[in-house]
Design a protein around this ligand. Structure first.
Ligand code: GDP
Length: 655
């Protein structure tokens, strides 16, 4: 049925229909022109109920937004303890409980009314709702003690276990990597049924014969190589997939090279054996000839399984082979679940609701909610929530477990190694970061030789890396006249705090890939703080460069126009003198500057005000022409003096 026809039947405009459908669970895409008859019938049937629900929902949301707006307008600050129940928090905030629950959910926390949340979470929720949260002093101390205890608990212990093997699947494009990963996932009934919809977090786990196996389902060859280059240990075993109807292809060779370099055991899975064109023997021949991988049955060492990922054929045997290989290499996978967690980032992005999220593949130790994560010697935040590959909230993730971490301040890069640090260490790095910040600020302030103009900036970015890059590029623009001074650099949306900070320092707020809400914009307007937002680093740098340029004093450049010999003196009255002369060089113009030269030496300065040729006032006179000149000069001119006429231009220095 045509969309227009469906819209007509539902008595709405086609655009309204397109906009509403996704909101009520039918995502047909903005460009769809036709939809199938069955779907159209379902939409017609369910339209009244679903749109009514939608309306109610939107009304509820509107009311909640209103309450939030009121809270924001009041700019309240509330005091809370180290933990607080959701219900109490709603009370303290003066907002409907639902609103708190939604906000928590958007931060990946699915709490019930009476569930307790910690101070940090409450602060984050508060900041998103425009409410300041502070801890009273004794409560803050409790917080620290709690955190210290927690940190102490993590250390020590030496009970080693063999962690589950981590397996990667590699091979040429279209040879069936994705399908195989799906087929393997479906062998685990528990894994696929428990959570309903499976989440793609970059890896999943299955349980087979009471043993767990982790499969990394993201990395193509590039990602895998990138991770290894950074020293990250990603996988313990590999599956090299080759389509039985296609044989060895360039990426098969590349994948084999990577596996060989990583020195990890592997199984060759010859896939698509269900296809009529499949020729397993030919692939085996190619393996032996092209890669030197001689199948076991031919007396070689290559372990080969024939499978059909599409029909699930041979998957059990493949998995058993993997378990066997894993058993043979068990000693390479010893881990201490009681240690502080160390893992590799295998996926990371900014999620609309959850903010920066990342999947960590834990290699050693156990990652827990509340852990402080360090990555590249930077503090990346506290683990606020952990989700497994089924999208379920979990409390902790032990060795070989892939887990989505919520609560990060920025997105780490794939291949980055994350560690859990104690509170003590975190505080130390916080202090270091603070000192570094101050160093930037005082670098300019304390530099007595800097007499120029500072450009003060508060910079907010979506990720840590871009903040660093922007700062580095901006500081490079500094010169002896104008220098960028970064008052503060932080992550996330532009907040009222940023505006206040900027106002106190006559600074401008610059946002890169971050948002700003209307309240903050209003405050900025009140305080006369400029907010600029960019999506392209180049544009940002260029604008700052222009600002700096505008503040730089222009250079004065002298342009010699010509010389005049004084032939007669007509009138001398104070500074004003009218003389006759001849241009001996160049083209001179009225409204210029001049030097008086007598006996080869400059003896005075002056201005050429008017020029006359014959009786006419003229703008310019050329070489060999005689003229009358009205001059302003303190020097009393004499016949025979040479007047050097010149102009001074202001030239803006190029940065
Ligand atoms: P990838 O690029 O290696 O991830 O390959 P995909 O898993 O996306 O598979 C590529 C195509 O091959 C898809 O159309 C799959 O449906 C198909 N395919 C994968 N495995 C099999 C199989 O065992 N049998 C058949 N007949 N087709 C398969």
């Amino acid at each position: 049925m045509n969309i227009t026809e469906l819209a007509r039947r539902l008595r709405v405009s086609p655009q309204e229909l397109r906009d509403t459908l996704p909101k009520i669970g039918f995502d047909i895409g903005q460009k769809a022109i036709k939809i199938d008859q069955y779907l159209a019938q379902r939409i017609i049937r369910e339209w009244p109920r679903l749109t009514r629900d939608l309306k109610n929902r939107e009304e509820r949301e509107r009311q909640q937004e209103e309450a939030v707006a009121t809270a924001r307008a009041e700019r309240r600050v509330v005091k809370i303890g180290p933990v607080i129940t959701v219900k109490d928090l709603a009370n303290v905030f003066g907002l409907p409980v639902n609103r708190i629950l939604t906000e928590l959910m958007q931060n990946g926390i699915f709490a019930s009314l009476n569930e307790k949340i910690d101070f940090d979470t409450a602060t984050i929720i508060g900041s998103e709702l425009g409410i300041g949260v502070v801890a009273s002093e004794e409560e803050a101390m409790d917080n620290d003690i709690n955190e210290l205890k927690e940190a102490e608990n993590i250390s020590g212990s030496n009970n080693l276990i063999v962690r589950p093997p981590i397996v990667v699947v590699m091979g040429h494009v279209d040879h069936g990597k994705t399908q195989l990963l799906d087929a393997i996932r479906h062998t685990d009934v528990v894994a696929t049924e428990a959570g309903g919809i499976t989440q793609h977090i970059g890896a999943y786990q299955i349980s087979r014969k009471d043993k767990e196996v982790t499969f990394v389902d993201t990395p193509g060859h590039e990602a895998f190589t990138a991770m290894r280059k950074r020293g990250a240990k990603v996988a313990d075993l590999a599956i090299l997939v080759i389509a039985a109807d296609d044989g060895i292809k360039p990426q098969t060779i590349e994948a084999y090279r990577i596996i060989k370099e990583a020195k990890i055991p592997f199984v060759v899975a010859i896939n698509k054996i269900d296809k009529p064109e499949a020729n397993v023997d030919r692939v085996k021949q190619e393996l032996a000839n092209e890669l030197g991988l001689v199948p076991e049955e031919w007396g070689g060492k290559a372990i080969i399984c024939s499978v059909s990922a599409r029909y699930g054929q041979g998957i059990d045997e493949l998995l058993d082979t993997i378990l066997l290989l894993a058993d043979l290499n068990a000693e390479a996978r010893l881990a201490d679940p009681l240690a502080k967690a160390v893992g590799t980032i295998i996926e990371s992005h900014i999620d609309k609701g959850e903010g920066p999220v990342a999947t960590v593949l834990v290699h050693n130790g156990t990652l827990k909610i509340g852990d402080n994560l360090m990555c590249n010697q930077q503090y990346y935040g506290k683990v606020r929530a952990l989700k497994d590959y089924r999208g379920q909230l979990i409390q902790e993730a032990g060795p070989s477990t892939p887990v989505k971490v919520i609560g990060l301040r920025a997105t780490p890069e794939i291949g980055d190694i994350v560690r859990v640090e104690s509170v003590e260490h975190r505080n130390k790095t916080k202090i270091i970061a603070k000192q570094e910040n101050q160093a930037i600020i005082t670098k300019v302030q304390d530099d007595n030789s800097f007499k120029g103009t500072p450009i003060n900036l508060v910079i907010k970015t979506d990720v840590y890396g871009s903040g660093e890059a922007i700062e580095e590029s901006l500081l490079k623009l500094n010169n002896e006249e104008v220098a960028v001074r970064i008052i503060y650099r932080g992550l996330g949306n532009i907040t009222e705090g940023d505006v206040v900070r900027a106002a106190a320092n006559q600074a401008k707020v610059i946002g890169f890939n971050v948002g700003v809400n209307a309240q903050v914009e209003d405050l900025a307007r009140d305080k006369g703080v400029l907010i600029e937002r960019y999506q392209i680093i180049y544009d940002l740098i260029d604008k700052v460069r222009q600002d700096m340029q505008a503040l730089m004093k222009p250079e004065i450049k002298r342009i010699n126009l010509g010389q005049v010999k004084v032939l007669a003196i007509f009138k001398q009255e104070g500074m004003t003198q009218i003389v006759g002369g001849k241009v001996i060089e160049g083209t001179i113009r009225a409204d210029s500057l001049l030097e008086v030269v007598r006996g080869g030496e400059v003896i005075g300065q002056g201005k050429l005000v008017h020029l006359q040729a014959g009786r006419q006032e003229v703008k310019e006179v050329v070489t060999d022409q005689e003229c009358g000149l009205q001059i302003e000069s303190l020097e009393v001119l004499k016949v025979g003096d040479i007047l050097r006429i010149y102009r001074e231009d202001e030239v803006f220095k190029k940065m």
